[in-house]
Ligand binder design. Structure first.
Ligand code: SF4
Length: 448
C-alpha cells in the first residue's frame, strides 16, 4: 500500500515536472523546487476539501467558515470579515507576490517584524522574521520594542495575545481578518459567563480557609475576553507545553477546574494526572448546567468545555495502526489536542515544541508518524531528509483558517504599511488587556 509520505512526495514531484516547461529563462518559477507543502491540483493526493486548491478570496466569498479542516464549522456571527483585495494582488502570480513582499519588507526594515506560526504555509514562513507557536510569537513581539508594527501571520486570538504583550505604540496586524480559529470560536465570552454563573450557583462559595469551589483555566487558544475573564476570577492561562503545571497550580487553589475551550487538551492532561474520566464532565454550552446534573458537577475535578481543534480531532487510532503496519518500528507522536484514545495509542504526545525536539533527537534513518498539522509535518521532513516523516492523516488537511493568510494578503499589508497606512490592526481594549495580563503572568509564574 502506498504510504502518505510517498503520496505527497510523488505528488510534489509530479507537480514540479508539470510546471517545469513553464519555468526557465525569463519565465516565473511558479513553485519553488521542493517547497510546495500542500499538493492539490492535478496531483491525485486526496484532501479534506478540494476548495483548498482555490485562492482564499474565493473562499472568503462563501458563507461558511472556510473549506478544509473547519468545513463543518459555522462562521461566528460577530467574526470580522475581510474586505476584498484589489485585483493587482488577487491577479498577481506567486512569483510577482514574492518579489513585492521581499521589496516591501526590505524598504520597511526593522520598523516591521513578520511573525509566522508553525502551521503557516511555506510561502509565508519564508518571509517571517520569527517562526513559532502562538505564545513564542507573542513573546517575540514583546522582545522587540523598536518595531512599530508586527504582521502576525497566524489567527485572530494569537494577534490579540501579541497586542496584549506588545507596547502601547506598537501595532499588531492580521493580514486577513477572516483568519480565526474554529476552536477559539467555540467558546464565546457570553457562554463562559453563563457557565460561570451556573457553576457558582451550583457549587456555592468557599468558606474561610477552604479551597475555591472552581478555578477557571483557559487554553491560549481562546479570545482575549476569556483570558481576561480568567484573570478577573482567580484563573489562569495555559499552553499545550505547560497544561499540567497550570492544572497543578489550579488544584493548589481550587477543588475543581473548568477548562476552556479544548476538551481534548483538558482531558489528556487530567488523565495524565490520574484523574478519572467520570470526574471530567463535558460542559455543552447550549444545555442547562452544560447537560450535567448538580451531583456530576459537585463530583467533578475537571469540567471540560465542549470545544476541539478541527485539525487534531481528525486523527484516529486506526491511522496509528495503519502507520505501524506500513512501518514496523515507526515512532508515533501526536499533539495533545488529539482525542484521548489517539494520545493513549501513540508512543508520545506533546506540544509543537515537543514534536520538534523529538524530530531533532531522532537517530538517522528513523521513521516518525506525526499527528499534527500538515504544514509543520512537511517542514520537519524538509529539515530532516535523513528521516522518514509523515502525517498520520492520509488526507491532506491543513488548518483552513491559518491557510487564509495567502501571500497576496501579506503583500497587500506590507505595501499598505509602506504607504503609511495601518490595515487590519487588532486592538484589545485596555481593561481586557489588563485582566488578560494577570492570567498570563500567573501562567509565567507557575512555570516549573
Ligand atoms: S490548528 Fe486548530 S487550534 Fe490551531 S488555529 Fe487551527 S483550528 Fe485553531
Amino acid at each position: 500500500m502506498t504510504s502518505v509520505h510517498e503520496l505527497i512526495r510523488g505528488a510534489a514531484a509530479r507537480e514540479r515536472a508539470e510546471l517545469s516547461p513553464a519555468t526557465g529563462p525569463g519565465k516565473p518559477q511558479l513553485v519553488p523546487a521542493g517547497r510546495k507543502p500542500i499538493a492539490l491540483r492535478a496531483t491525485g493526493v486526496s484532501s479534506c476539501d478540494t476548495e483548498l486548491a482555490d485562492d482564499p478570496w474565493a473562499i472568503d466569498r462563501a458563507p461558511g467558515y472556510g473549506p478544509g479542516a473547519s468545513a463543518a464549522d459555522d462562521i461566528p456571527a460577530l467574526a470580522p470579515r475581510q474586505g476584498p483585495l484589489p485585483a493587482e494582488y488577487t491577479g498577481a502570480s506567486d512569483a510577482e507576490l514574492t518579489v513585492r513582499i521581499i521589496a516591501a519588507k526590505a524598504a520597511l526594515g526593522d520598523r516591521v517584524q513578520i511573525l509566522g506560526h508553525f502551521y503557516q504555509r511555506d510561502e509565508i514562513v519564508q518571509h517571517a522574521d520569527f517562526v513559532g507557536d502562538s505564545f513564542m510569537l507573542a513573546q517575540a513581539a514583546k522582545q522587540h520594542p523598536e518595531a512599530e508594527a508586527f504582521v502576525f501571520c497566524g489567527v485572530h486570538f494569537m494577534a490579540e495575545t501579541a497586542d496584549i504583550l506588545s507596547g502601547p505604540e506598537q501595532a499588531v496586524i492580521l493580514p486577513n481578518l477572516a483568519a480565526g480559529c474554529s476552536m477559539a470560536d467555540m467558546a464565546t465570552i457570553e457562554q463562559v459567563e453563563d457557565c460561570w454563573r451556573d457553576l457558582t450557583a451550583t457549587l456555592g462559595t468557599a468558606a474561610e480557609g477552604e479551597l475555591q469551589p472552581v478555578i477557571p483555566v483557559t487554553y491560549m487558544n481562546s479570545s482575549a475576553a476569556i483570558k481576561a475573564f480568567c484573570g478577573r476570577n482567580g484563573g489562569i492561562v495555559c499552553t499545550s507545553s505547560n497544561a499540567r503545571t497550570v492544572l497543578e497550580w489550579a488544584f493548589e487553589r481550587g477543588q475543581r477546574v473548568v477548562f476552556f475551550p479544548d476538551q481534548h487538551l483538558g482531558r489528556n492532561t487530567a488523565k495524565e494526572m490520574g484523574i478519572a474520566e467520570e470526574q471530567m464532565p463535558l460542559w455543552r454550552p447550549h444545555l442547562a448546567l452544560g447537560g450535567n446534573t448538580p451531583e456530576q458537577l459537585r463530583d467533578a475535578r475537571v469540567i471540560l468545555w465542549n470545544g476541539f481543534c478541527s485539525v487534531h480531532k481528525r486523527f484516529t487510532v486506526a491511522q496509528i495502526e495503519q502507520a505501524r503496519a506500513d512501518y514496523p518500528g515507526a515512532r508515533v507522536i501526536v499533539h495533545p489536542e488529539c482525542p484521548a484514545a489517539v494520545v493513549e495509542a501513540a508512543d508520545g504526545a506533546g506540544s509543537t515544541e515537543y514534536i520538534r525536539k523529538e524530530v531533532e533527537a531522532a537517530a538517522p534513518g528513523s521513521v516518525l508518524a506525526i499527528g499534527t498539522e500538515i504544514n509543520l509535518v512537511n517542514r520537519l521532513q524538509q529539515q530532516r531528509p535523513d528521516l522518514t516523516i509523515f502525517c498520520l492523516d492520509p488526507v491532506v488537511c491543513p488548518c483552513s483558517t491559518m491557510y487564509r493568510i495567502h501571500p497576496a494578503y501579506l503583500a497587500w499589508t506590507l505595501e499598505a504599511l509602506l504607504a503609511g497606512e495601518t490595515p487590519n490592526q487588532i486592538r484589545v481594549s485596555d481593561d481586557v488587556a489588563g485582566d488578560s495580563r494577570v492570567a498570563l503572568e500567573r501562567m509565567l509564574a507557575a512555570r516549573p
